[in-house]
Design a protein. Structure first.
Length: 59
């Protein structure tokens, strides 16, 4: 199965947060990513979508 990789900006737009939040989550290990030569990041879209799945009772 092929992975669909997106940029940190695309990931941020997808879940409604700022790009700096995505980069912080990558730095802190909350969101796995691939680093490219230079300063680029690519993130598996499935990992981004997994952040949207509820994990328990919010109350």
């Amino acid at each position: 199965m092929d992975r669909k990789l997106i940029t940190s900006v695309e990931a941020a737009d997808r879940i409604g947060v700022d790009d700096s939040t995505i980069r912080r989550w990558v730095r802190n290990g909350k969101l796995p990513a691939f680093r490219l030569a230079g300063h680029g990041l690519r993130i598996d879209i499935a990992a981004v979508d997994a952040l949207l799945i509820p994990t328990g009772d919010a109350s």
